[in-house]
Each structure stands twice: as C-alpha cells, then as structure tokens.
Ligand binder design. Structure first.
Ligand code: SF4
Ligand code: SF4
Ligand code: SF4
Length: 502
C-alpha cells in the first residue's frame, strides 16, 4: 500500500493504483484526452503528464503506478508547458469548425444552426427559444438587420445563402416568441439594476439581467421606448412590430420609467438607490465602479450584442466575480472551403427530403423547408469536446493553415446515422480499443504512420461493419467530434459532459 504526496496532499492507495486514479480520489483534476474507463491506458495523447519532484521526471499519470514516497506535482510550470506543447501539436493539424461561420458573424451570437434544426424538425417552440434568447428582438431584427450572418454562410459558397433573417422573423411573426415559457426568470436575487436608455442595447441588457433574476428599471427621457427605430417608415418596420417586442420585455417584469432624463448629477442619486447601473446612451458617464456601459450602435444587432455583453459583466459583478479572469474559449476554424468539399458536407448534412420543389404558401412553412438546406457547420461536440475544453484552459490558439497546408476535408458516413470526420481525429485509439472490447468482427484499425496515420475500417469495409454494436460508446468516448451521431440532438443527449454554457 504505497503512500505518496500529490500537490503536497498525502494519500495511501492500493497496489497498482495509477497516479491519475490517486489524484482523482483527492479531487485533483488532471487533463486527459485518451483516457476512458473500461479500456486499458492508451498512453497516446500525453496530456496527463505530471512531475515527480524527487526525480524531476515527467510521467504519464494514466499509465504510471503510484509508488511509495513519490512527490507528485500536477500543475507546476514545466508540467503546464509540456501540456500546452501537446495541445499545440494536436491543434496544428485539427480541421474543424467549433462554431458555424454564421453564428460567429452574428453580433448577437445567435445559435443559427440550432434554429435551423429546430425549424426543420418542427420544434417551433424550441426555435422561438433559440431566436428570442439569442436576439431578444427576433421580429424587429427580422426587418431592420442587414444580416451580416448571411455573408459567410457556407451554403452561399455552394449555391445560395440561407435566408437566416427571414427565418427568425417568421418564427417570431407567427407568435412563437410570445410563449409564456420564454418569460421564465431565475429566482429573484434581491439585486436592483438601473438601465439608462431604452434603445436596443439598453433593453437587451435589461432582458438578460431580468432573466438572471435581478430587478430591472429602465429610465427613458422620451415617452416611448425603442430609440431611433421609432422614426423608421412603415415600409421598413411595420407598426406594431417593435411595440409587440417591447411588450414582451415589460411582461418579463422590466419596469419602464418614461419622461426621465438622467444627467451626471441624477446618476449619483440612482447609484445610491441601485446595486448597479447600465448606461446605454451617450454623454451620461463613463463606466467605473458599479456603472457599466452598453453601447448603442447604428447596427441594431450589434447594439443587442453590446447589451447582452454588458449584462453578463453586471451579473458577474453582482456575484462578486468581477476579479475572476475572463475565460479564453478555444475556436477551431476551417476557413474557406472549396466547392468539392462543400459538396461532401452537403451530401452528409442536407436534409434532402425537405427539398421538394412544391410551393408552400405559408412563409413559416416555406422557411421550415428552407431550413433543410442548412449544412450544420457547427461542431457536433461544440460544448462537450475535451480538446476544446483543454485548449481553452491552457490558452492554446488555433493554428492558421496556409492554403497549401490545408488538409482535405472528408466525412465518412455510416448508414446516415453516424459520421466520421477524419480532420477532427486526434488518433487517440479509444475507438479502436472500444470496438475490440465489444468483440466487433471487423472493428477499426490504424493505417499509415506519423502524421499520415488514419483510423479506418480494415479492408475498406463501410463504417457500419466496423462499429456495429460499439458505436454509442465510441461516440461517447471520442474526445472530439471525430466520430459522432449525424443528428446533433442525439449527440447532445449522448454527451453528458457539457462543460460550457452557451
Ligand atoms: S472537435 Fe472540438 S476542437 Fe474540433 S471543431 Fe469540434 S469542438 Fe472544435
Ligand atoms: S449552412 Fe447553415 S450552419 Fe452553415 S453557415 Fe449557413 S446557415 Fe450557418
Ligand atoms: S475517432 Fe477514434 S482515434 Fe480518432 S479521436 Fe475519436 S476515438 Fe480517438
């Protein structure tokens, strides 16, 4: 029964216990990619290195057994540097988009491919949740937004861009954004926030803060909310659209106080009365202390994005997290794709049964059909990928490929329900071991060597023959989305370890 220390904590473990297991029983997390309970240590990713302080040696903790009197350090400078090097190397050949280019370009970061999937599958309540949570004013923006998200749409490089703006407009127009469930807020926090200005940024900040459980009061010098959007002609923004969406903000419980001009002087009084202030108009006061800024912007969707961001800062401040470092979120991006690659993507992702040319009169139904054209460019494990998690944790940046270096984008499908994207495979070997554990007749194997090594079904048999019984566990264990369910909603249910809330 060896006794050792890990980060100066003493522990006695059974013979044969690995350092990784010993650390876990102390509640110490060591990053891993290729470790999976139920299969022998792969020892392939080397991310789980730790340092034996007595010898100065770096050890792979998943395969090294705990020894008497070891003094293990799991997060010293050299250990972190070694892990970062491992991640840099893996990322140097990783080909995948964590986020879809459309969502990435939307200044309010709406989850566009999720909206597409929900619309196509008929989950219009879900689609309303996605568009309202993302845009706050999905109906108004459906008229006034110049749709910057439609420019980088991969479908545009293939044939025609997805009509994203029209889609969120039609969901809201049909009344789905008025569902009472959308007005649910987190329990009251007892905190009170003042928002100065009621154009898009101010109202978006108030919406997010109220949903987070804080009481919100908007001060507006005019008699109505909405700022410059009020002066748009009927042909650009029909009467009633903006009012209907402002009414939703009111129903959420945001209080509007009209006809009050907040000056530098009156701001001092407001600061005394409220726990935080969001200034969403010009010339009142610069941000400082408990005063935050939500910049209005002539691009209305940018103003909404600014309001959402300000609300998150205020929420962190109220939870006394303002000192906490901002988390870096790793982003892998493929960049430009050529038509043959887009054709591969289309053949696996498009919902072809939706492509019947028959004209559908109703705008919403037509858009639901249109949603079938989406290529679902976001990663199937965007919130649960272990590579993304550790690259975020260790501050790893994605490497930009030059055009000459860019590997070929490939997808290999299995009967339509499982897909394999070789560009996302880190060759950890888990799927090979899991297929073997299930006694698969053919299974999976490594072909080639070094950087050219690839996971394949032997004898070029189709994927379904390699992972007949073991597919679900291979998908669950795969540290990235290299092997995944085609239908991402299945994927989200399968991956229990979502680690980022988006
Ligand atoms: S596999 Fe992970 S790192 Fe790669 S694109 Fe998907 S989420 Fe990003
Ligand atoms: S095809 Fe779909 S997911 Fe891809 S960029 Fe266009 S709208 Fe976004
Ligand atoms: S496909 Fe297999 S070898 Fe590649 S990352 Fe996933 S589990 Fe590892």
């Amino acid at each position: 029964m060896p006794t050792l220390t890990i980060n100066n904590k003493r522990i006695e473990v059974g013979a044969g216990t690995t350092i990784l297991q010993a650390a876990r029983s102390l509640g110490i997390e060591i990053p891993t990619l290729c470790q999976w309970d139920g299969v022998p240590p792969m020892n392939s990713c080397m991310l789980c290195v730790v340092r034996n302080a007595k010898t100065g040696q770096l050890l792979s903790s998943c395969s090294s057994q705990a020894q008497q009197d070891m003094e293990i350090e799991t997060d010293s400078g050299d250990v972190c540097a070694a892990r970062k090097e491992v991640l840099d190397l893996i990322v140097s050949e990783h080909l995948g988009d964590c986020e879809a280019p459309c969502s990435h370009t939307c200044p309010a970061s709406m989850n566009i491919p999720q909206m597409m999937r929900q619309m196509y599958s008929g989950d219009l309540e879900g689609a309303a949740y996605t568009v309202t949570l993302g845009l706050v004013f999905p109906w108004t923006l459906g008229y006034v937004c110049p749709a910057p998200c439609q420019n980088p749409c991969r479908r545009k490089s293939y044939d025609e861009t997805m009509q994203i703006r029209d889609m969120h407009r039609s969901v809201a127009e049909a009344g789905y954004s008025d569902a009472p469930e959308l007005l649910e807020c987190l329990p009251d926090t007892g905190k009170r926030i003042a928002v100065v200005g009621s154009a898009m940024a101010g109202m978006a900040a108030a919406w997010v803060l109220r949903k987070s459980g804080h009481a919100c009061t908007i001060f507006e010098k005019e008699a109505k909310a909405g700022g410059k959007l009020r002066s748009l002609p009927e042909k650009d923004l029909p009467n009633g659209v903006l009012d209907a969406e402002i009414a939703r903000v009111e129903r959420l419980g945001v209080e509007f106080r009209y006809g009050i001009e907040v000056t530098k002087e009156s701001l001092d009084e407001i600061q005394k009365e409220f726990d935080a202030v969001v200034v969403a108009c010009n010339g009142v006061a610069p941000p400082s202390g408990k005063v935050f800024e939500a910049k209005e912007h002539k691009l209305n969707v940018r103003a909404v994005g600014n309001g959402k961001e300000a609300a998150l800062l205020v929420d962190r401040y109220l939870k006394s997290m303002n000192g906490a470092a901002e988390k870096h979120l790793f982003e892998s991006k493929i960049g430009r794709m050529e038509k043959p690659e887009l054709e591969v993507m289309r053949s696996h992702n498009e919902n072809r049964e939706a492509m019947e040319p028959e004209p559908v009169a109703d705008n919403l139904a037509r858009n639901q059909t249109e949603a079938g054209r989406c290529l679902h460019c976001d990663c199937r494990k965007r919130t649960s990928c272990r590579l993304r998690k550790w690259c975020s944790e260790y501050g790893v940046e994605m490497r930009k490929f030059t055009a000459a270096e860019l590997p070929e984008y490939r997808i290999i499908g299995r009967d339509g329900d499982v897909i394999f994207e070789p560009g996302k495979c880190i060759r950890c070997g888990l799927c090979v071991a899991i297929a073997k554990k299930y006694g698969e007749e053919i299974g999976l194997t490594f072909i080639g060597r070094g950087f050219d090594m690839d996971i394949r079904v032997p004898f070029d048999e189709p994927l379904e023959r390699g992972i007949r019984e073991s597919a679900a566990e291979c998908i669950e264990a795969c540290p990235t989305a290299a092997i995944s369910w085609r239908n991402v909603e299945d994927a989200e249910h399968c991956h229990t370890t979502t680690w980022i809330e988006l």
